[in-house]
Design a protein around this ligand. Structure first.
Ligand code: NAI
Length: 641
């Protein structure tokens, strides 16, 4: 008996077996080869002496199971390797699902991917009601499919509509929601979780019946559901860019949820999915994201109070996001009247974020304090300046900040185009200033550039990165250089797009070419969205072009600033650009992205970012650059190969 490295098996006086997964090699449980083999061995032991029931739980504080071991994915060299990996989980979880005794997954904390597929193979699931408890099948985000029974069992447990939604978006489901939709049989607080698990696993209660319509969708209406789901997916992803969501729908509707049953020449096959560059690149992006998440880890900085100066587009939203993350925020501007619109916007943001939970909205708003006098400077752990782009005014503001800030507070500017060195020139200690450069819209954009100059204090930069992680954004260290990384790369790309328009190519055709390449939004629509005044100002400093594009200058002269004024390259109605049909001329996409690729390469050569991988991470998370291409440097490398 026993003898496992990652699992503990205990039997209690009631005849129940408790299997606790506590993977030996990390702070979170993942389902690597060894862990899976041991689970097989554990089932062998239980076969020899069947328990009255089996409860599977985690020994980790971090959560239940984070998913498959993604490191192992990167070692997949051939399609046969991929098949072995899929078959291992498919067979093992089928075996778990078929045992004669009742089984239960006690889910506390994250339960993702393969972890949820394991839980789905159990007869029952108890979800522990804690903020960290979330269940998801996020495989689609890695360009692959939930091949260990998720595509078979999730639709049976929650019905095809909800299952498709989960599998095609990868979204997280919390404990309460899981209970409501039938993914969990119970949702309980931690103090009663073991007792509940014991009761439920021994209850012999039948599985929850699916509503009538959902049952029909599992049977005769399957094809209709599949077609509907494909139409939904087509709005967001093209099959040639993202094959996995289409494969998930087909594997469920045509192959009984069994990825191994799909013939090799079918687009839904493991050959097609795992063999695609998309899967390789999205797995790469996953690791790039992990790399960004690691910045600031070596600092124990735990900021509680943030002071933001400037309650405009950026400052207002930076303040709102920090307060949403539990920090006390004082928000300073020239008058209360200038702060009020930011607070109003924050209230709207919280109402959406907390989906009508008035208490949470109240708490977040209570943490966001209007501070026209700037009293918060003296207490703050992080001070972020986001006022007009004017050097003298910024210097004046910082003179006061430096005099009153705590000695260990981080002092930062959100400037896009001024030199850090120039702003710091009037500091008593210029090494204190760092850049914390957010992107617009702040709540949506995952990346934040952490900017340092030659003489910036390394510790301040580390603390700044730690702060960025605390608000759940991805910090990218960059050197002080015009446009840092993201704008330096976007500028030439937008300029080229506008040159195309000057040459008589329809804005719609330019945008269509970029979308066909895989950009989330065309460059002309992007310029209109950001605001043509901002694009113009950025362009001046970044592209080195002597003349602004003609059409841009004309629009500006007529006061047409894009989305915010209702007219730019497009006419905007109800927040949407009015576009006529256009197809992309061949070769246009290559022409458009070339300046972006060149600029990224230049930033790497000049050391603006640490290395090519970080440049890829920055451009993907800062501009939305087609993730399935793995980043501009990766794209260049593959093109050359
Ligand atoms: P904004 O014009 O929307 O807001 C600036 C705010 O600063 C105004 O509310 C103004 O009253 C306030 N302000 C001016 N002088 C002040 C002073 N002495 N004391 C207190 N408050 C003062 O500007 P926005 O767009 O929010 O930009 C702010 C900073 O963020 C700039 O440095 C800009 O380069 C940078 N940035 C802007 C981005 C954007 O897309 N708008 C993106 C990233 C950075």
């Amino acid at each position: 008996m026993q003898g496992f490295k990652h699992w503990q098996l205990q039997r209690d006086a009631d005849g129940l077996a408790w299997a606790t997964l506590d993977a030996a090699d990390g702070s979170a449980n993942t389902l690597g080869r060894e862990v899976m083999e041991e689970l097989g061995g554990l089932l062998d032991q239980l076969d020899r002496e069947p328990p009255k029931g089996l409860v599977i739980r985690s020994g980790k504080a971090a959560g239940f199971i984070a998913g498959a071991n993604i490191e192992e994915f990167t070692k997949i060299a051939t399609v046969d390797d991929a098949k072995v990996l899929v078959k291992r989980g498919w067979d093992l979880f089928n075996r778990l699902a078929a045992v004669k005794y009742p089984t239960l997954a006690l889910v506390r904390g994250h339960c993702m991917g393969g972890g949820l597929e394991l839980a789905l193979a159990c007869r029952y699931r108890v979800a522990v009601d804690e903020p960290g408890t979330k269940m998801a099948l996020p495989e689609v985000m890695l360009g692959i499919v939930p091949g260990w029974g998720g595509m078979l069992r999730l639709p049976e447990v929650v019905g095809p509509a909800a299952a498709m939604d989960m599998m095609l978006t990868g979204k997280n489901i919390d404990a309460k929601r899981a209970r409501k939709m039938g993914l969990a049989d119970e949702c309980v607080p931690p103090r009663v979780m073991e007792n509940t698990a014991r009761m439920v696993v021994l209850s012999a209660r039948p599985r929850r019946e699916l509503p009538f319509m959902q049952k029909l969708m599992l049977g005769p209406l399957k094809g209709i559901v599949a077609n509907g789901a494909k139409k939904q997916v087509a709005k967001r992803a093209r099959p040639e860019h993202y094959p996995a969501p289409y494969a998930i729908i087909d594997i469920w509707s045509k192959f009984g949820g069994n990825a191994l049953a799909v013939p090799a020449n079918d687009p839904a096959s493991l050959e097609s999915v795992f063999g695609s560059a998309t899967a390789k690149n999205l797995i790469r992006v996953f690791f790039l994201q992990d790399r960004l998440k690691a910045f600031g880890k070596d600092s124990d900085f735990a900021p509680k109070h943030v002071h933001v100066i400037g309650a405009g587009v950026m400052g207002g939203d930076i303040a709102a996001v920090c307060a949403a993350k539990g920090m006390t925020v004082t928000l300073q501007d020239q008058s209360v009247e200038r702060i009020a619109p930011a607070i109003k916007r924050a209230a709207e943001f919280y109402a959406k974020r907390y989906r009508g939970d008035k208490k949470q909205v109240r708490f977040a708003l209570d943490r966001l304090i209007a501070d026209p006098q700037g009293a918060g400077v003296a207490q703050a752990d992080v001070i972020i300046e986001a006022i007009f782009e004017n050097l003298e005014v910024k210097q004046k503001v910082f003179a006061d900040v430096e005099a009153r800030a705590k000695p260990d507070a981080v002092i930062a500017t959100n400037t896009s185009s001024l030199k850090l060195e120039d702003i710091a020139a009037t500091f008593r200690n210029p090494s204190r200033l760092v850049g914390i450069h957010f992107f617009n819209p702040v709540p949506k954009m995952p990346l934040v550039e952490v900017v340092t100059a030659e003489n910036s204090d390394a510790d301040a930069a580390k603390k700044a990165a730690a702060f960025v992680r605390k608000i759940d954004k991805l910090p990218l260290p960059v050197k002080s250089a015009p446009g840092f990384l993201v704008n330096a790369v976007l500028g030439p790309y937008l300029l080229e797009a506008m040159r195309c328009v000057d040459e008589g190519i329809a804005p719609e055709a330019v945008d269509a070419a970029a979308l066909a390449f895989g950009m989330p939004m065309g460059p002309i629509e992007l310029a209109d969205t950001v605001g043509l005044d901002i694009a113009m100002a950025a362009g001046k400093g970044l592209t080195g072009a002597a003349e602004p594009p003609k059409k841009l200058a004309e629009l500006m002269a007529a006061g047409n600033l894009g989305k915010k004024s209702g007219k730019g390259f497009y006419t905007w109605v109800n927040g949407k650009p009015q576009k006529s049909q256009a197809s992309a001329p061949s070769g246009l996409a290559d022409r458009l992205v070339k300046p972006l690729l060149d600029a990224t390469q230049r930033c790497v050569n000049q050391g603006v970012v640490g290395d090519a991988d970080l440049a890829d991470a920055g451009v993907i998370f800062g501009t939305g650059f087609a993730p399935f291409r793995g980043g501009p440097m990766n794209y260049l490398k593959n093109k050359a190969a």
